[in-house]
Ligand binder design. Sequence first.
Ligand SMILES: [Zn+2]
Length: 268
Amino acid sequence: MNKYLEKSSGTKDEKRKLMDKLKMSLSAEPVKYNESGTVDCKKEFFELKFSYRRPSVEENKDHFGDEALRELAGRESVKQAAGNYWIIDSITLTNLENNFSANITDDLPSGFLIVYHPLNPNERHRMRTDAAGKYKFIDIFDDLTKPYTLVALLHELGHARDYATRSDEEKKRFTRESDKPEKKELADLLIKERNAWAYAIQKLKRFLNNNFLNKDDLLKIAHQIMLLQYSHGIRLKLMEIDKIKNDDEIKKLTDELDQEQKYILGIK
Ligand SMILES: [Zn+2]
């Protein structure tokens, strides 16, 4: 596994700067969300178009009604945003230089819904496959007109596609992370992250002829920011397993890592 762990490069301030650039909306005006609607914005050679709507009663119940979300629902930012989420049914990207288009939502495995929380920028994007109802969810936080949100959505979609290819047995454990993971579990975690990034990069590669999002930026986000943070986290867990550091030291280092990640992502 060690050869797949990313090595440090760049300062956290450089990374924060890149993140800030990628969190500038493509839309000239802030988007105002109604009951349902379509958002269409263009910048340089890029066009992003998506449609959203309020969830149905059943979708709502599945999303906020199960055990896994009860804990989440207790969190202040989620509570505040509870009435402010939508379902995204379609997303189309177009390269205006050569008119190449990709419909992102065509890649969504069956049973998955994209739940969109544009007014809540302080949560981490996630995929949930353990809801009690019939749906599985990709929860996207912050406005999708920001390139980073789109990148994050593609990453989560990569996880959903990876999940859909797994056996029933693997599916059961796909998003479950144990407190005391074994080495094999850590290796699998890293593979999942790499798979999800591979999908996101492949999906975006025909849209990288822009200053606001180019190939260099995308690779930096994937490797030097996201996979690096995972790699650091995995190194800490390995130190814990091999008893190289004591629990207090691990806890301190884990908290520092968490703080650094929040700083880079600009989340509170
Ligand atoms: Zn991931």
